[in-house]
Design a protein around this ligand. Sequence first.
Ligand code: SAH
Length: 471
Amino acid sequence: MLLTISTTHRPATDLGYLLHKHPDRVQEFEQSFGTATVLYPEAGEERCTAALMLEVDPVRLARRVGRNAPDFSLAQYVNDRSYAASSLLGVALADVFGTARSGICKARPELAGRAIPLELSIPVLPCRGGAEIARRLFEPLGWQVDAEPIPLDEGFPEWGDSRYLRLTLTGEVRLADALGQLHVLLPVLDESKHYWQGLDEVDKLLRSGGEWLATHPDRTLITRRYLGRRGGLTRIALARLAELDGAAEEGSDPEAAEEEARQPEERRVPLNRQRHDAVLRAIADLGARSVIDLGCGPGQLLDRLLRTPGIERVAGCDVSARSLQYAARRLRVDRMTERQAGRLELFQGALTYEDPRFAGYDVAVLMEVVEHVDPPRLAALERVVFGAARPGAVVVTTPNREYNVLYEGLDGLRHPDHRFEWDRAEFAAWCERIAAAYGYAVERHGVGEVDQTYGAPTQLAIFTREERADD
Ligand code: SAH
């Protein structure tokens, strides 16, 4: 089982730093099901290739039945696990390149944070759905996909193709993203990840998938296959991905449509969409002409704001440079006319530090942001937004924790990065306190389908600045 990662970034040997594996060494890493070896078949200034070889021990694999065995249903001694890249390669990759996958690189921090020319190659990849599915999954992530079916037997072309592909991906991608994508998509293509899956699998998926998964056109298919078609987990994962990005249309995926037919609740307008609608309605009611989206994430709201007539200036700010990159891509900033570009400002900033760029807008939006801030830092955000930037109005949305019991199987917070989630009373108290402290009036609404007992899934508050003598 083999995966090679090549770059032509110069000096290409920097790949060793990014992967945290020295190009001069051959290193072995024991796995519960075999041995992973990392070595560099080439390591020059112009091109460097790292190879991850995985030797699966079928006996060890068969013995490791239980929670930690990555593939216990394959408790046979004869199978393709030793030869074909599979979910096992995804597991080994996560282990061997764990630090690289997190994007941390003290030696080359700048390089770790940006896209570099990469070529990933897997000579034998089991791929349910063939070359087409490989293209569907990797192309939206910016890869050029070369997927060549491997014939069952070269001597008998009439037998047709096997379910294996030779896959080469070429593109300019951040290495950490590339590794995260493989980690999620190898088992998705293989579909043999049958081992026990608990809720932590959903967390793992969201952590590895992050932003690229939330905005992937086939995220339903990916999520369902990754979670082994366990409907309950899939629904939770999709609900939580929708928290990150609900705008994607699910309709184009026939398999998803089939699943939805069985689950009428999934056919509802995604919550994220309803939240955007509610925020846009509030902005329209306020008669705003300039809006700043604080913690804009990958920029879906900005996209809709730019399409809203009457809004002359739009700004988006986020602490995450990657989110801003996604936003710029979504908004096609590079193809904007000067006039269009003149309406938009996109910048990196932290909401817990005063920043003159936050000021001067009719409305500031804090959509699903406050719950990402550590409680001890929340007072700083409040001062920065309501005290210093002081927009005419602030629209805030945040989850209603009470509603979580209605998400089947969810027993924690809705997203691994949430630092807290408020119930309705807590949010109401926060709103009242902020309004009184900073001279705003406040009204609150629910967004999404209201449950008699638990209320609506999302809470929304509209703060409007009260004119004071000194204003
Ligand atoms: N508003 C977007 C994204 C919500 S996710 C939407 O509703 O779709 C929360 C976002 O807040 C993330 O993009 C995160 O990077 C950003 N964020 C969290 N803490 C922040 C801070 N202190 N300053 C700026 N942005 C922050």
